[in-house]
Design a protein around this ligand. Sequence first.
Ligand code: GH3
Ligand code: MG
Ligand code: MG
Length: 416
Amino acid sequence: MDKVIVLESSTVLSNLLKDAIKKELSLEAVLLKSLQSAKEIVLKDRNGIVAAVTGLVLEDATRGESLEFFSRLMIPFIVWSSSSDWKSKFSELDRNAIAYVLKSPECIGQVVNILRKIIENRFKAILIVDDNDLMRRKMVSILSSLRIKIFDTRTAEEGLSILDKENSVRVIITDYVLGGMDGLEFLSKIRQSYPFYEKTVIGLSSLEDEDLSLRFLMYGANDFIKKPFHDKELLWRVLLNFEMIELVEKIKATALNDVLTGLPNRRAFFDRSEELFSKGFGERTIWLSILDVDHFKSINDTYGHAAGDVALKMVSSIIKKHFDGAIIAARIGGEEFGILGYGADAIEALEAFRNDVAQQKIKFLNNEICLTVSAGVSINFQSKKTFQEMLTEADGLLYQAKREGRNQIRTSEKWC
Ligand code: GH3
Ligand code: MG
Ligand code: MG
């Protein structure tokens, strides 16, 4: 298991931090009081240590030796300090820290958030484009302490082909002068395919060319760094760029997710369907089903709204189980679900699902609630129907199923 070293003399605070790291990040915090014990742990398990949090004054290291130790080993570390004068004495040694956080119970959340930035980096990738080998290697070395996946290349042309292949790249750092295409042209090409909130670009500009940073921004860069730069400035700008993208991804995911059931919501269903129909799906057979819980209102009326919610969650979990491989299975209304899938075996899959639901007994307080579902299915062979036609057909068939007794699946192709 990955570990975080917490090197600190106050046991109370260390323990609070340890609990927060366990709870929020599912990581083990190793609590230590001396630099010597940290050295021993690192010697045994360097790769297992993802970050460190260290006080400034320790029993065997009173002059910031722990900072020197972690920076030498490229272990990202946070200084956790209560000394009131740390703001004024910002020494070269302190600068190697990822962050400085005031040592107090109130700041534990801040430490955890910074640690989260560091550990989540393992799933991210960055692309560095610079024809200056020395500068490129320097950037790779600075950023490697973050354990980010790093792609680096000398040319924009190669950079574009990396972007084509490596979907995980979120942040791109580019110099202006490159072998072939220059940094601004490269940036324009990136922006043709990716907006600023999907892939961020940090331009490198030098002090001699005052206008370059402005031009980078005007061509669509998110940020720029003036050369020469401090190691930690590069590191923080990269972290903040990743964070911006993650926030946008989270907002997007929230907007497309149904809170009660965890299924994609109505908007996700229609967005995905429209995207699929606009791209086309060739000769493949596609089906669309609208499902609706039968007499759901009476469940609410008999057992209460909370019981209705439990029932909706249960139906949704059965949908997830049965339609895991579908293109999308979403909650499109109160007790209504939409499923879009490939293949001609829709009826079999929906029948299995219908049976499964009918056999469940939902436990709520002292009650056992049974329910059934009805569905209409439109099947589209060889792209003959539009999405709207499929939707209208599935909806009509659902209401036919309702009229004719409920707890059944109807399709235009055959009776079930
Ligand atoms: P039918 O078999 O014809 O579909 O009858 P029904 O009772 O299922 O349909 P109706 O449209 O009359 O009622 C649907 C009910 O679903 C009414 C609404 O209050 C309830 N509902 C919608 N969303 C939720 C929800 O999120 N939670 C709960 N508990 N109830 C919901
Ligand atoms: Mg209903
Ligand atoms: Mg309904």
